[in-house]
Design a protein around this ligand. Structure first.
Ligand code: C2E
Ligand code: MG
Ligand code: MG
Ligand code: MG
Length: 282
């Protein structure tokens, strides 16, 4: 059989591959039990303006497994999408984030925060998704404008018209959309004009180009900033790690930032404390 497929085909059956499949399967089983076992937690990373005011936070999923330890979303989110587990995990994330936003309504420095929630493509196209958003808005007390759903380009590639129509239905509820990781996918800049996004997030890959001596990438950053400003979309740079990156972004017309330079994602109480200490009132 291997011969028929050519001499390279044996790579398909090497032991390393089997180990990989086994590992993946173990992760899949662990993931299936994680939600019920209470192993998930949301962390929140502040988003700041030039003046240092914290205007929002991004909710980021954390998974602590008793044996596997901390598993990065970069490892398990894609798997959860493939297996469909993201449906229930994503719903849980949305509810947790909304519940947190409601809890923060009693804190003067936190009550106006925008809560950004990552939504996977599969979750977004689920028939129940719009109803789930609606349900969260009626169950939890905060302004719908405070909820920002982060979508990536991969989702739009599936079906542009369907994506627009779903986004519009959700926007009618008052909820807003952010285009995450912009510039890293395969979509064209023209999508930005066709999709009703309220915000564009400049991916950390491009933020790094600020100081990495890749002037051609920096030109793209400036183009993204220009287009977002022209279309009246909010701009935020993510993964800002150095003062040099921050200065360059600022000079180029960016005005909102998220990154380790300011604050790392942390549990709700810690983030609340950080905001209380670092953000000027109003
Ligand atoms: P993302 O949505 O682009 O989130 C930004 C990622 O950059 C986060 O990684 C964050 O911790 C990290 N980050 C923030 N500031 C810096 C910085 O200054 N330097 C560096 N190197 N990294 C920084 P994280 O939390 O590991 O999440 C990775 C990705 O997993 C996210 O990328 C998002 O695509 C996905 N993800 C996380 N939570 C969720 C979730 O609840 N639902 C879904 N569908 N996806 C999620
Ligand atoms: Mg995101
Ligand atoms: Mg991103
Ligand atoms: Mg990313």
């Amino acid at each position: 059989h291997a011969k028929a497929l050519g001499s390279n085909s044996q790579v398909c059956f090497n032991p390393a591959m089997t180990a990989e499949i086994q590992q993946r399967y173990q992760l899949e089983l662990a993931l299936a039990a994680a939600l019920a076992a209470g192993q998930f937690e949301l962390h929140y990373q502040p988003q700041l303006t030039d003046s240092g005011k914290v205007v929002g936070v991004e909710a980021l999923l954390r998974w602590q497994h008793p044996e596997l330890g901390y598993v990065s979303p970069a490892r398990f989110i894609a798997l959860a999408e493939e297996t469909g587990q993201i449906d229930s995990i994503g719903h849980w994330v949305l509810q947790q984030a909304c519940a947190q936003l409601q809890r923060w309504q009693s804190e003067p420095k936190l009550r106006e925060l925008i809560m950004s929630v990552n939504i996977s493509a599969r979750q977004f196209y689920q028939p129940e998704f719009i109803a789930q958003v609606q349900q969260c808005l009626s169950q939890y007390q905060f302004k719908p404008e405070q909820l920002m759903l982060e979508l990536t380009e991969s989702l739009i590639l599936a079906d542009l018209d369907d994506a627009v129509s779903r986004m519009q239905q959700i926007k009618q509820l008052g909820v807003r959309f952010s285009m995450d990781d912009f510039g890293t996918g395969y979509s064209s800049l023209s999508y930005l004009s066709r999709l009703p996004f309220d915000e564009v997030k400049i991916d950390q890959y491009f933020v790094r180009s600020a100081s990495s001596g890749k002037p051609r990438d920096w030109v793209i950053v400036e183009a993204i900033i220009g287009i977002a400003n022209t279309f009246g979309m909010k701009l935020i740079a993510e993964g800002v790690e150095t003062q040099a990156q921050y200065e360059l972004l600022r000079q180029s017309g960016c005005y909102c930032y998220q990154g380790y330079l300011f604050a790392k994602p942390a549990a709700a109480a810690e983030t609340a404390r950080w905001i209380d200490e670092h953000s000027p009132l109003s």
